[in-house]
Each structure stands twice: as C-alpha cells, then as structure tokens.
Design a binder for this molecule. Structure first.
Ligand code: CO
Length: 211
C-alpha cells in the first residue's frame, strides 16, 4: 500500500468507527454546521486545530496559512472571516500561533525564498520592524523567535479588529470575541496571550464610520 492509499484506507476505518459509536453522526453533520469558533492557525502539520482542542467535526471552522497571518489584502482569509462572522455567526475568532514557527524563523533570516514566499514573509518582517528595539535585545535566537511568534499573534488579532467585517459585527451583534493564543510544540499546551471583547479600542486611523 502506498502512503496515499493508506490515507484512503484509514479514512474508511475512521468512517466505520464513527458510525459504530454514533449511527446518526453523518446524517446530523451533513445537513448543518453550527460552529462557535473560527480558528486562524499556522499550516504547520504539527498544529491541527481540532486535535489540540479536542473538538469534533462541526465544532470549529478553520483557516490556516503560513504563520497564521491576517493580511488585509488576502481575499482567502477575508472570505473565510466574512462567512464565519456573517453566515455562521461564530462567537469567537481565535488566532493561534505556535512556538518554533518555521515561517517566523524564515522571516527573521536574510535568505531569498524567491518571489511568492518573500512576499508572504514580508508581512512577518514588518511585525519584527514594529518591535525591533525589544526583539534585538534578546540575544538567544530561539527566545527571540518565540517572542516574535507571540508579538505576531497579537499583531494579527489587532488586524482582525481593524477589518470592517469585525467592526460591523461588533456594532450590530456585539460579537465575536477575538482571542490570541500560542501553542507549545514541546508540551502540547495553549497559552492565551490576549482577548479583545467587542467594543475594544481600535486605533482611530483604522476605524470605519457608517458601517
Ligand atoms: Co508555523
């Protein structure tokens, strides 16, 4: 059996197992999804949103990209956010980074990753630039990376609040709550970094009138 064929056979075993535990499992899920959470995480294969939070299919709506970025020109991210907030009515949006993030490490190096990756990593370099004084003082490279991971999460949550999608939802529905978390690859634990409840302060430069 080739590795990809194993995925298909494991899928059959999983589906069977689900049915044995709960015969109604797929009937219920195929008609409706009502997740309370939107997860914006890193694509890293070691940080699967549902596994590390113990959530089941139907409970968490997921968007993942390199280094869990919220880029205001990213049509993919914004479409997911719009759908999750305005159609699924999620109550919480979580940005979850992780220590030892390869994307963050890459952005801290001077290596040329060629056009497309350079373009993406540039967004992380810009976060470093904001906190340059504090980060440059951390001599240990692993510690400096992990601090940038945390600051990057905080920055991405701020970016969420700066979208008209979130500002409109806060005004009309008094939700969702925004959260910034960081996951530890070494201990499997999630550390909460910040919460932004509806109505939190947003730099007036980024606020919209007549939403
Ligand atoms: Co990562």
């Amino acid at each position: 059996m080739t590795p990809y064929e194993k995925l298909l056979s494991d899928n059959k075993a999983w589906a069977n197992n689900q049915l044995q535990t709960n015969p109604d499992f797929f009937n219920r899920l195929s008609s409706i999804q009502t997740p309370d959470f939107l997860w914006i995480g890193c694509s890293d294969s070691r940080v699967p949103a549902d596994k590390i939070t113990g959530t089941q299919p139907g409970e968490i709506f997921v968007h993942r990209n390199i280094a869990n970025m919220v880029v205001h020109t990213d049509v993919n991210l914004l479409s997911v956010l719009d759908f999750a907030v305005n159609h699924l009515n999620v109550k919480h949006v979580i940005v979850c980074g992780h220590y030892g993030c390869g994307g963050v490490k890459a952005a801290m190096s001077s290596r040329d990753f060629k056009p497309v990756l350079n373009m993406w990593l540039r967004n992380i370099k810009d976060v470093y630039h904001i906190y340059r004084d504090a980060l440059d003082k951390i001599e240990n490279e692993e510690e400096r990376t992990d601090r940038l991971v945390e600051l990057n999460v905080i920055e991405q949550v701020t970016h969420l609040a700066q979208t008209s999608i979130i500002q409109r939802a806060w005004q009309k529905n008094n939700g969702p709550y925004l959260h910034g978390w960081v996951y530890g690859l070494k201990d499997g634990l999630i550390k909460p970094l910040l919460d932004m409840p509806p109505g939190s302060y947003i730099d007036p430069l980024y606020t919209y009138e007549d939403l």
